[in-house]
Design a protein. Sequence first.
Lengths: 363, 125
Amino acid sequence: MEDKKTCLYDRHISLNAKMVPFGGFVMPLQYSDIADEHIAVRTACGVFDVSHMGEVLVTGPEAERFVQHIFTNDVAGAPVGKIFYGMMLHENGGTVDDLLVYKEADDRFFLVINAANIDKDYAWIVEQSKGFNVVTENQSEYYGQIAVQGPQSERVVEEVLGLPCAELVFYTFKKLEVAGETIIISRTGYTGEDGFEIYGSHDFTVAQWDKLIESGRVKPCGLGCRDTLRFEVGLPLYGDELTDELSPIEAGLGMFVKLDKEEFVGKEACAKQKAEGVTRKVVGIELEGRAIPRHGYEVVVGDEVVGTVTTGYNSISTGKSVCMALVKIEYAKLGTPVQVRIHRKLQPGVVVKKKFYEKSYKK
Amino acid sequence: MAKVIEGLFYAESHEYVRVEGEYGYIGITDYAQSQLGNVVYVDMPEVDDEVTAGEEFGAVESVKAASDLFSPVSGTVVEINEALEEQPELVNADAFENWIIKVKLSDPSELDNLLDAKAYEAICE
């Protein structure tokens, strides 16, 4: 099947972006240089095309009960305008996807899911919705989305886009009427910096993009630095740190799994893992040298392969070679000496917290 | 436009050899560095390691990806460019000046299998 194009495809081409396939779309990897784009987001402001992300609207009298059923986090009684991060799970605890849930009203929830999983997720959501008085709608084709990220984001969104956002607190959103349509703006992101994600029609999205680029105050940023940014602050990427076979407990994301909730799909499996302990866990590893650990490389202790690298880089912010890796639980303790096999050589390192750079959210 | 230098021997996998007597200095071409983008790490063999024509001997890495290095010739590594350990970006600054390994050639007739500057330039277009 041919990769889809987002509404900003022509803009990427005219900016000479290096385009790559990702999650069923052809997306910009980088416009100039991954490190330059990364630093722009850490120090100033960058804009990402994230129109490939999927959106599913859940409405109906049992919308909250249904979201509680399919989602690991607890949205019960939450105020309108609040956003939750969490997962949808298989019965065995493996992860269908990680997602954001926007509470629009007591009977209306907006789910933002990963591009590569849109078809799988929506089929799963529809299947789960049997017996619930809800309507589900896959709105992924309608919405474009941009992410404005970095310490200058608030000023840029207010001054360049004219969208009032200063009063939004972290993980909240509001709807705005702009140019005859309803758009959504949230104080969220995937970079560890302050920032906003803005959802609207394709026309609206292209118009915002053009304003941002023409202002000269915002650097266009590709998926390359999106990955290095999220990685440095320890955020998972579905497919690397979360998979159909890997639970959020094993991924070290148990704080988003509310086991005190009455029920949700996968709760029993997670409760068992938590009670009995997991056999493997996603950890951070810092290497002594500069050799770069990459996805799929082996983690070795003595003669034994004890795990696999899920994501790794030479950190742009710190210069250290670091990775996240899924390792046997016996080797998951902080301070455990391990080695990573890189180009046939074993590179010494140590298990550390899987956060290599401090987040600076505006809470 | 990427630079190509006369008098070097080139491999289709974008490495070059500069021959001085019985030694060859091996690196990546200017075209290769321009395609890779900023080099953040160079994985090198050790002195006394054997390299074989057409076989992998290390890697140059950008932020996103590792690209294997293939030796254009066979021989024994007599020196590695230690400056690249701390400053891998030198490869971007001048790929021909900043060779990666120096090899004692074990079979100089292998040079006949490599491309000259003109033939190499043609495959970069």
